[in-house]
Design a binder for this molecule. Structure first.
Ligand code: HAM
Length: 420
């Protein structure tokens, strides 16, 4: 029997993991610099949380969730995204009593049973954040600048930011009627999903994966032209806050986002390099979600960015990731007695945080040297009976071939000083 990874999933191998670690570390650093703290949420939740939170007319909920009954007969779903779980945790852990805004970031896997395409996976990774308690447009601009700062610190340039406002329930309900009037003569020729959306949530017809490109959808009235005064002022506030820090954006009335919880601000960072949909990062405000999930009315806003798509973009832009040398020194053993001493030295070095390796394969002197070379280990120390009796070893720097004589007794201190 030959097993392979499931369609839409994959291994992240040691040859690539350093890129992921750099991205994750930088994301955490940037979030910390904005006052965000990490939250870790469970991989699965009760299905109803997503149906209620993400929305039961969305493709994510109706078509893409990994849902199953557990052995206790509960309907369980592998998280298709992080927001609903973070909102559940915010409510369950009484975080509304913390000083506002409550700022949480995360690094999660997410699962969607999607049709395969470039940049689309069934298990993928998201770096995201959620912020609760602040209503003003300043925080909308601030979370956008988290992404902007992250991209810049990673060395990425020219990723387009598209912003839009999809209003509040009040302007949305008026707009829904306008949209229905507009689509009524066309609805019978639209896909089955759109026919259902027409009654339940006509806004979803705008981002239909089947009918979305049709002229009738492209020319439909856009919500941004029907915003109420408060929503208009909020959107103006977002723009002036972005202008103030020099973050460039395009207003894109077509962004409605694929999840139902959004109100007012929605945004996406897009690029042609990451596949059909082109979105590296998407987010927005969700002022009704906490209440909808059983909490007190609380404004919220957040985003998530696919790590796979971020790395595709980074590669397309030629971003260089440098690999750190985890192992600094290789100790070549020339005899059993030398090997016994080497294991003591290695133990001491590791206790002091210096990465080192020694032979565990009974390799000859020559093959140990060859192995260390292949692994690109920057320093090499040979220890045999001569070195044991003289109490002196030579530490070779592989980059320039220079050798330094070091006393065996002081070897750990020497390595800490030169290799940490
Ligand atoms: P989303 O737009 O569904 O939003 O996903 C965010 C990002 O996750 C996308 O821009 C993309 O980079 C990545 N992504 C989504 N689906 C896939 C997939 N099948 N394969 C690879 N990458 C994918 C959300 O998930 C919201 N929870 C974001 C949010 C947080 N809004 C407010 N707070």
């Amino acid at each position: 029997m030959k097993y392979s990874a499931q369609k839409g999933t994959g291994d992240i191998l040691p040859a690539d993991i350093y890129k992921w670690q750099k991205v994750e570390k930088m994301y955490a650093d940037v979030c910390h610099s904005f006052g965000y703290e990490e939250i870790r949420i469970p991989t699965f939740e009760q299905t109803d949380l997503f149906a209620r939170g993400v929305g039961d007319t969305t493709d994510v909920v109706t078509k893409e969730m990994y849902t199953f009954d557990d052995k206790g007969g509960r309907s369980i779903t592998l998280r298709p995204e992080g927001t609903a779980g973070v909102v559940r945790s915010y409510i369950e852990n009484g975080m509304s009593s913390l000083p506002s805004p409550v700022r949480l970031y995360y690094n999660i896997t997410a699962f969607r049973y999607e049709k395969m395409a470039k940049g689309r996976r069934r298990e993928f990774h998201q770096l995201g954040l959620e912020s609760f308690g602040s209503t003003g447009p300043e925080i909308d601009a601030e979370i956008i600048s988290v992404v902007d700062v992250f991209f810049k610190r990673m060395g990425l340039r020219n990723i387009s930011l598209h912003i839009n406002s999809i209003g509040c329930p009040s302007c949305r309900s008026k707009y829904n009627e306008i949209l229905k009037d507009y689509f009524r003569p066309h609805v019978s020729s639209m896909c089955e999903d759109c026919q259902a959306r027409f009654e339940k949530n006509p806004l979803r017809m705008i981002d239909c994966k089947i009918d979305g490109e049709k002229e009738v959808v492209q020319s439909a009235p856009r919500l941004i032209d029907y915003l109420c005064d408060e929503c208009k002022a909020h959107f103006e506030g977002l723009k002036s806050n972005l202008d103030a820090v020099g973050i460039k954006y395009e207003i894109d009335p077509n962004i409605v986002r694929g999840l139902d919880y959004y109100t007012r601000t929605v945004f996406e960072f897009v690029s042609e390099n990451v596949g059909t949909q082109g979105t590296i990062c998407g987010g927005g405000r969700y002022d009704g979600l906490v209440e909808n999930c059983g909490g007190a009315p609380t404004p919220g806003i957040g985003f998530a960015m696919g790590i796979e798509r971020f790395l595709m973009e980074a590669e397309a832009q030629g971003v260089e990731f440098t690999k750190d040398d985890n192992v600094k020194v290789y100790l070549v053993g020339m005899s059993d007695t030398a090997n016994a001493r080497i294991s003591q030295i290695c133990y001491q070095l590791r206790l002091n945080g210096i990465g080192c390796e020694r032979d565990l394969m009974k390799r000859s002197f020559k093959s140990q040297m060859k192995y260390a070379g292949k692994q690109n280990i920057p320093y090499l120390i040979v220890i045999g009976d001569d070195e044991l009796s003289s109490g002196k070893v030579k530490c070779k720097c592989m980059a320039d071939g220079s050798e330094t004589e070091v006393g065996l007794e002081g070897l750990t201190d020497y390595c800490i000083e030169h290799m940490a």
